[in-house]
Design a binder for this molecule. Structure first.
Ligand code: CP3
Length: 364
């Protein structure tokens, strides 16, 4: 990991090439004078302009309309001036594209009428052809043109999180059907995960070929597993997805995965996402040499501003123990979050740093 000499004002207009951006440099492990900042679920229900645009259009349909995807992706970039955009879509979009009967129910999440639990069910999980998500290719290309120097992050669901929805048929607290299948029929389990991994890898490939500057693999429910089960039943498949990504940085994020953060890193992460449970200075000890992303508790965004401001400063300070830090929440923005609070968080992070506070060599 190299320290770099900062030669321009990092709060000035974004450079024209996203690979020179603060975000891209932090992904490469370069020490920046202040962390770049973006938020998981920055596009979505906390924004009135999103709710207006989505009126009458089902979630998954909105993902297939490049004009809507482009506009929704840009909304938080315009409103907050975040240092990266995240592509508006959903982890189940590629599953639906291969014909899985999945829908996203408001207030619930992804739901299937016919869960996948047997070898015969696996036939419904065929490989994803790029042409089946041409709307993604089109939207990414349009966005890259609109965003100029601001990087676009592509994403996919990790095999475990997607498999949990497929096997349970919807969101699950205990993932008991999934765990039972994993342990009772490991051959079927590995075949299922390997098919899902292929679909996620192709979904990322489409986004990267169309110009996404980085990708994030979301393993939101991996924290339900023990480290041993993660290592045996999940890690090889997440590694397959991450290994397939060429030429752009890979962020690997899980919720509740602090107990096996080194496994998350060794699956092939250039940047390790950390939820709010583990302070970043402690995370830096668990995955030495890795840039970190995180980790303000999204639930705290409802607290009084001085509380939030203190948390932001704490996280920026703890993030300096890593080679590089990308400021984010510890999970996605909640629908009830006040956008003005997020705007203040961005302002506070972007004002952090400065001379002698982390510009590495101090040569800036
Ligand atoms: O701004 C962004 O982060 C980009 C868009 C994005 C969405 N979903 C849009 C969305 C991303 C990156 C996702 C990923 C996703 N989807 C994950 C992984 C990240 C995480 O939060 O853990 C998961 C687990 C899903 C599955 C999913 N889709 C859930 C749990 C929900 C919420 C259901 C609800 O209503 O409570 C969705 C729907 C969804 N995906 C919405 C958005 C903006 C809300 C749709 C609406 O407007 O009703």
């Amino acid at each position: 990991m190299s320290d770099v000499t900062v030669t321009y004002d990092e709060n000035a207009a974004a450079p024209a090439d996203p690979s020179d951006s603060l975000f891209a440099r932090a992904c490469r492990g370069e020490r920046t004078s202040r962390p770049p900042v973006w938020f998981m679920r920055q596009a979505g229900r906390s924004l009135p302009e999103y709710r207006r645009l989505r009126e009458g259009v089902p979630m998954l349909e909105s993902c297939t309309r490049p004009d809507m995807v482009t506009e929704i992706t840009l909304q938080p970039v315009r409103r907050y001036g975040v240092d990266a955009a995240i592509f508006y879509s959903d982890i189940v979009v590629p599953l639906r594209a291969v014909g899985v009967d999945v829908d996203v129910k408001p207030g619930i999440g992804p739901v299937l009428d016919q869960p996948i639990r047997s070898r015969a069910d696996l036939d419904r999980l065929r490989p994803l052809e790029p042409g089946e998500v041409s709307f993604v290719d089109e939207a990414v290309r349009a966005l890259v043109g609109e965003l100029g120097g601001t990087p676009l992050i592509g994403f996919a669901g990790a095999p475990f999180t997607l498999a949990s929805y497929l096997v349970e048929g919807g969101p699950s607290k205990h993932h008991e059907v999934t765990k039972a299948l994993m342990h009772s029929d490991p051959d079927l389990w590995h075949e299922l995960l390997s098919r899902v991994a292929g679909i996620s890898a192709m979904f990322l490939d489409v986004q990267v070929r169309a110009g996404a500057s980085a990708v994030q693999l979301f393993d939101s429910w991996a924290g339900a597993l023990s480290a041993a089960d993660y290592a045996k039943y999940v890690h090889p498949h997440s590694a397959e997805v991450l290994d397939s990504v060429i030429d752009v940085p890979r962020i690997h994020f899980g919720v509740g995965t602090s107990e096996f953060l080194p496994l998350m890193a060794s699956a092939g992460a250039d940047v390790v996402g950390v939820d709010w449970r583990l302070p970043l200075d402690e995370a830096a000890l668990r995955v030495p040499g890795k840039p970190l992303q995180g980790n303000l508790d999204p639930a705290l965004l409802g607290a009084d501003w001085p509380v939030i401001e203190r948390e932001v400063h704490r996280i920026v300070a703890e993030g300096r123990r890593a080679p590089a830090h990308i400021f984010n929440l510890g999970h996605g923005v909640l629908p009830t979050t006040d956008p003005d609070v997020l705007a203040r968080v961005v302002e506070t992070v972007q004002a952090a740093g400065g001379p002698g506070t982390g510009s590495g060599t101090g040569a800036a």
